[in-house]
Design a protein around this ligand. Structure first.
Ligand SMILES: Nc1ncnc2c1ncn2[C@@H]1O[C@H](COP(=O)(O)OP(=O)(O)OP(=O)(O)O)[C@@H](O)[C@H]1O
Length: 661
């Protein structure tokens, strides 16, 4: 039984409906150890026949029988394996992969064998030595002569230890000396017990083999045995093939990425800008949200509910979520409203979840004098449950006979510098109020500065007893402007506010209550709205990034069409080709995400340093989660962007791909 048998092979090409028969019933038998030359006129169908034997062409009639088994083109994986195991291709135009070195070109098929990395390297070096190219191992194909390129191609064809070597005009582009070298190697290959089938126009080449088959008009018109076939050692071990691993696809993709580094760098830069925008805007959202929370929490206890007397028409929604702004709340505080009835206050105290109710007294336009300097504070409030220690920058909360002054609006005007040195000094405070007879009187008292506060609304605090005593001294009745109600938890503060708003006396609503936490939620909603708008802008740039990757991938497929043909001829499957392009796109995506993250952190440091002049707060706060999100987005974009081009590449017909110039 012949090792390779062709039975009635017929093949036609079609141009439109017109049929052009090329092979018209080829019957041939080949043995291992033969060096067969196929001679024939140009256009006679020699290459077509080789593509059929090589398992690249599937549209033909007849049978190719290898070692007793018929090739079944409907079995994609078995055909890939056939090309990997049985066939080594040598082309007239070498068909080396330009972005791989000589070693890497030869190694390609070995990556599809079960050899270990070291064994594969050793075999590669042995093959290069055999074809006399050890010294050129690290060169790229463009740095080799024609003869050297063909010897690399021979080494590559031999690498996976195939039984059949197909050489399509292997010496067509070589001078006489190189032709002799190549013929000698081909003869040695046959002598090793392989079947060498060489297509040639040259009688000299044909005479170097063991047999000459002549093809004319699509039929065999001559079959001459010059020498007997070389003997075959049937016990010789063979390499075992395996499908390409994902790591190899990844490393091939990385080599291509590196080879076109400048171009890819631009793509990475473009993609990174989109990702950078996402990461930076997310960080800005976090920072601003954190800043506002801090500001609000520093100023007022988030568990507190500020309650004022209900004035008809002043609170349209009547709900706790009406969300008073900071200014309106402070304005309410300073208004000086009608007296809270003790019985009404008791109703608040009786509510579940309420832990304390305290009156807030507010004096407006208070003149504060320290030594020879004086200034006017817009409001002065007693220290109450809604006040927070964190609003005090230096010193402590006001005890009996003590006051805390706002740093920017008061302290800095009384003392140069931070105002810290005022702590411990005594200041005089005075303001005008009405006494119980309705006459204007000046409430005046002294207090020791206990601390300096710093908040965006400029709050000055005095000890409650100290303030009420000073009022009483001038027969001014202390009227609370509002109540500071404290809920047991921040979450409950909203429901407490709702319940307070529902309190009725004689069927009339009594209070307007605003939970501080509602105010925070409202602000957070605005911030997340702005953050989302910014994310939308970033989304558009991401879309552009994705388009860039798609264009790059399509360009890459176009660039590498020939390479795809070569890899398919070497036995790579459609899946391997798809994976190679997806891997390259993933590399671009990951590089872009890394670049974006690095730039974002640099920008974060720069912006935060610049913004520290406005407030000592990190306005951009990139979290680990933001970084992870950007990497996930980058991976998704690159996968999506690679999908179509990769499918297109995998679907290419290997023969057409090889024919591309
Ligand atoms: N894809 C194709 N579509 C249409 N016709 C084709 C195609 N490929 C080859 N042919 C035609 O088939 C015939 C045989 O081509 P083939 O390349 O097999 O010849 P060849 O014997 O190898 O020629 P040469 O010695 O010049 O390389 C030629 O007439 C060619 O024009």
């Amino acid at each position: 039984m012949a090792y390779l048998e062709l039975k009635d092979i017929r093949k036609s090409y079609f141009l439109g409906k017109e049929e052009f028969p090329v092979l018209k019933g080829i019957n041939l038998q080949f043995e291992l150890g033969e060096f067969v030359s196929i001679l024939g006129e140009s256009g006679g169908g020699k290459s077509t026949l080789m593509n059929i034997i090589g398992g690249l062409d599937r549209k033909f009639d007849g049978e190719v029988i290898i070692n007793g088994n018929k090739l079944d083109h409907s079995q994609e994986q078995r055909m890939d394996r056939y090309r990997r195991d049985e066939i080594g291709y040598i082309y007239q135009s070498y068909n080396l992969i330009n972005h791989l070195t000589v070693t890497e070109n030869v190694r390609l098929s070995l990556d599809m064998t079960t050899l270990s990395a070291k064994e594969a390297t050793d075999r590669t070096m042995d093959l290069l030595k055999r074809v006399g190219l050890s010294e050129h191992a690290k060169k790229y194909p463009s740095q080799l002569s024609g003869g050297q390129k063909q010897r690399v191609a021979i080494a590559r064809a031999l690498a996976s230890d195939p039984k059949i070597i197909i050489a399509d005009e292997p010496t067509g582009a070589l001078d006489a000396e190189n032709t002799e070298d190549v013929l000698k190697i081909l003869d040695e290959i046959a002598a090793e017990g392989r079947l060498v089938i060489a297509v040639t126009h040259s009688q000299h080449v044909a005479d170097s083999g063991t047999r000459i088959v002549h093809l004319a008009e699509g039929q065999i018109d001559g079959d001459e045995h010059l020498h007997p076939a070389y003997p075959v050692d049937k016990n010789k071990g063979r390499l075992t093939s395996k499908p390409l691993s994902f790591e190899t696809s990844l490393s091939t993709a990385y080599k291509h990425f590196k080879f076109h580094f400048a171009r890819n760098l631009l793509i990475v830069a473009g993609t990174a800008i989109g990702l950078f925008a996402v990461i930076l805007f997310s960080g800005l959202g976090n920072g601003v949200q954190g800043y506002v929370n801090k500001q609000v929490n520093d100023m007022v206890n988030p568990r507190s509910v500020i309650v004022t007397q209900y004035v008809k028409g002043s609170d349209a929604s009547g709900g706790s979520d009406s969300g008073a702004s900071q200014q309106s709340m402070m304005a309410e505080l300073s208004k000086g409203a009608a007296t809270f009835k003790q019985s009404d206050v008791q109703k608040i105290k009786d509510l579940s979840d309420v832990t304390a109710v305290q009156k807030i007294y507010t004096a407006a336009n208070v003149t504060i004098t320290a030594g020879k300097k004086s200034t006017v504070a817009q409001t002065l409030t007693n220290w109450n449950n809604s006040s927070t220690n964190s609003s005090i920058k230096y010193g402590h909360k006001p005890g009996a006979g003590e006051v805390v002054l706002d740093q920017n609006t008061v302290a800095k005007k009384l003392q140069k510098g931070s105002g810290k040195s005022l702590i411990g000094k005594t200041v005089t405070l005075s303001y005008t109020a009405q006494n119980s007879q309705g006459q204007p009187v000046t409430v005046k008292f002294t207090a020791k500065v206990a601390g300096i506060s710093s908040s965006s609304v400029g709050a000055n605090y005095v000890n409650t007893k100290t303030l009420t005593k000073a009022m009483k001294d001038q027969s001014v009745k202390p009227n609370a402007s509002s109540l500071a109600v404290t809920a047991n938890t921040m979450e409950n503060s909203k429901s407490v506010a709702k319940q307070i708003n529902k309190i009725k006396t004689n069927h009339k609503r009594v209070f307007t209550a605003n939970a501080v936490s509602s105010m925070i939620s409202r602000i957070e909603t605005y911030i997340s709205l702005i953050t989302n708008i910014l994310a939308g802008v970033a989304g558009i740039s991401l879309l552009v990034s994705a388009l860039m990757i798609i264009v790059t991938m399509y360009m890459s497929v176009a660039d590498r069409t020939k390479e795809i043909g070569i890899l398919r001829a070497l036995g790579e499957s459609k899946k391997d080709i798809r994976r190679m392009f997806i891997a390259e796109s993933l590399i671009i995506g990951i590089f872009s995400a890394i670049v974006a993250t690095v730039i974002a952190f640099v920008a974060q440091a720069g912006f935060n340093a610049a913004l520290s002049k406005i407030a000592t707060y990190a306005f951009i706060q990139i979290t680990f989660g933001n970084v992870v999100t950007v990497f996930v987005i980058a991976l998704i974009i690159s996968l999506l962007a690679a999908w179509l081009p990769a499918r297109h590449a995998a679907a290419l017909n290997p023969i057409d791909a090889l024919a591309v110039d």
